[in-house]
Design a protein around this ligand. Structure first.
Ligand code: XMP
Length: 516
């Protein structure tokens, strides 16, 4: 995305897993950042009027043959450069420093002493903690460098080249484990590059819409809308970009939560002016799932059926040439081949895998550089109400992965009833917004209970509530006992078919958030 009207920071990608995180940290400081291949030339950067350049980390060693490098003239451009980890080692090597394997490699939180008088560390305590992850380091630098930080095993944990505006940090300011990381990045952008901070989510929406218009031209776009925050944001963004050439298809697979199909249909049918096609396909999904118990088989059946329904619907629509998906950055397991970086294997989670090839559609993934909280911010910017922006994630295969064993209409009803009670109690206790997800799982296990004077022999349900920032890792939530108590007792009393409730206290990893 070109951004001539905004201050621009170029991030040259040397294959770090954190390269998107660097871009996100810059965005948080209200400065526009673009990830570019490490081979980008000084001429290109000059033509783009970059305010500053960040050289990312990467898995290689600078002294290995074939290690990725950059145009050396970048360091002579009179534009500040910040090298991070590999980027620091490369910058130092190009400017005459010596890089070697560190005797003691450093991984994790590391105490570090920094030079607070340098603009890079201004306002940061002299004794601080940084997050290191390196096997090599800058072993020695000439008098042309000033050392700005040291740790026990890294004599040059941060440096500044006296003859240019090159700064290097061996640690990773972009990860949350470096507590003053955002402060350091802010110092680089504002004190060193002289940025004023002229960029925000409004600009991001405008640019993303412009990019979509450029790509789609006059064609139509189909979008699978589930009512979750990601697909809702994609739908609204597309509508902003290309108006009524976007068609949203909402499939009821019979595996939604209580009232969900009606609520989502009413909301999108009423509030927004785009083409919205709700499709009730619940019968065919449940028919295909009858008798199936294996989790992977269930997922496969649901995926195939979804493709079939979607294909039938999309064929009824005019001139559709694109399929839009709400893929987020954490879904992109390995980063940035699209940007030409060396970490070129991308694995993308396609919620509607198989469709694009079948229908000859091209994929649009306008959220693929964003993290969940940024998508929520974009949703607010696009006028999505808080009730949707703040919704918990819900898996594509729906309640099928929360009913262990066979999915039947009866078991779905039992789970829906229990799930509705749990969510109601969570909401009432003011916990909904504090959680990543909260839900009930119906187990294929029966236990003995007593109700009144009667013996019961019914199902066990598990309730799960987790905290997470991106779904990749999760911790179980320490919900107050009283809330759990109320939810469990209501579920057992009000839902026929459940006589015992357990609370899931597993973290991810090694468990996962969903049970299947
Ligand atoms: P797990 O269970 O793997 O899930 O820890 C991580 C996050 O992803 C959601 N999830 C899915 N989302 N399609 C989706 O769109 C799926 O097939 C799927 N499976 C899991 C899950 O709810 C959690 O937020």
């Amino acid at each position: 995305m070109a951004a001539p009207s905004h201050e621009l920071i170029a991030i040259l990608d040397f294959g770090s897993q954190f390269v998107q995180l660097i871009a996100r940290r810059v965005r948080e400081q209200k400065v526009y950042a673009e990830i570019l291949p490490h081979t980008t030339t000084a001429e290109t950067l000059r033509a783009r009027c970059v305010r500053g350049i960040i050289l990312s980390g990467g898995p290689a060693s600078v002294y290995q043959p074939g290690a990725p490098t950059c145009d050396r003239r970048i360091l002579e451009m009179a534009v500040p450069v910040l090298g991070i980890c590999y980027g620091m080692q490369l910058g130092c090597q190009l400017l005459g420093g010596k890089v070697g394997a560190a005797e003691a490699r450093e991984f994790g939180r590391t105490p570090c002493r920094v030079e607070s008088r340098s603009p890079l560390f201004e306002g940061i305590p002299a004794e601080t903690v940084v997050w290191m992850s390196h096997g090599d380091h800058v072993a020695s630098v000439s008098d042309e460098f000033e050392t700005l930080a040291q740790s026990e095993n890294t004599p040059n944990a941060a440096v500044k080249h006296r003859g240019s505006a090159f700064y290097g940090v061996q640690f990773h300011p972009e990860v949350t484990h470096t507590p003053f990381g955002p402060h350091l990045i802010r110092n680089f952008l504002y004190r060193i590059c002289g940025c004023s901070g002229d960029w925000d989510m409004k600009s991001y929406v405008a640019q993303a819409a412009e990019m979509i218009r450029g790509k789609v031209d006059r064609a139509g776009v189909v979008c699978g809308l589930s009512g979750g925050v990601d697909s809702s944001v994609v739908a609204l963004l597309l509508h902003r970009a290309i108006g009524d050439r976007v068609h949203c298809i909402f499939v009821d697979n019979g595996l939604l939560r209580r009232g969900e199909f009606e609520e989502v249909s009413q909301f999108f049918g009423r509030e927004f002016q785009f083409h919205f096609h709700p499709v009730d396909a619940s019968r065919r999904f449940l028919a295909r799932l009858a008798g199936v118990t294996h989790p992977e088989e269930k997922r496969k059946i649901i995926g195939h059926e979804f493709v079939a329904v979607f294909e039938e619907e999309a064929k009824k629509l005019p001139d559709i040439r694109f399929l839009a998906q709400g893929t987020l950055y954490p879904d992109v397991i390995e980063s940035t081949s699209a940007k030409g970086g060396p970490s070129s294997t991308i694995k993308t989670h396609h919620n509607v895998g198989g469709l694009p090839e079948k229908l000859g559609l091209r994929i649009l993934e306008p959220l693929r550089d964003l993290f969940k909280d940024e998508v929520r911010e974009m949703g607010r910017e696009l006028g999505l109400p808080e009730s949707i922006v703040g919704r918990h994630p819900f898996p594509g295969p729906g309640l099928a992965v929360r009913i262990l064993g066979e999915v039947t209409p009866k078991r779905l009803e039992v789970l829906r009833a229990a799930d509705a009670i749990f969510l109601e109690e969570i909401r009432q206790a003011g916990w909904y917004g504090r959680l990543w997800q909260a839900f009930v799982i119906l187990l294929p296990v029966q236990s003995v209970g007593v109700m009144g004077d009667e013996r019961t022999y019914e199902n066990v349900a598990a309730v799960r509530a987790v905290h997470s920032s991106d779904g990749m890792t999760a911790d179980w939530a320490r919900i107050p006992y009283e809330v759990l108590d109320r939810a469990a007792s209501r579920i057992i009393n009000e839902v026929r078919g459940i006589n015992r409730v357990c609370y899931d206290i597993s973290t991810k990893p090694p468990s996962t958030i969903e049970w299947e």
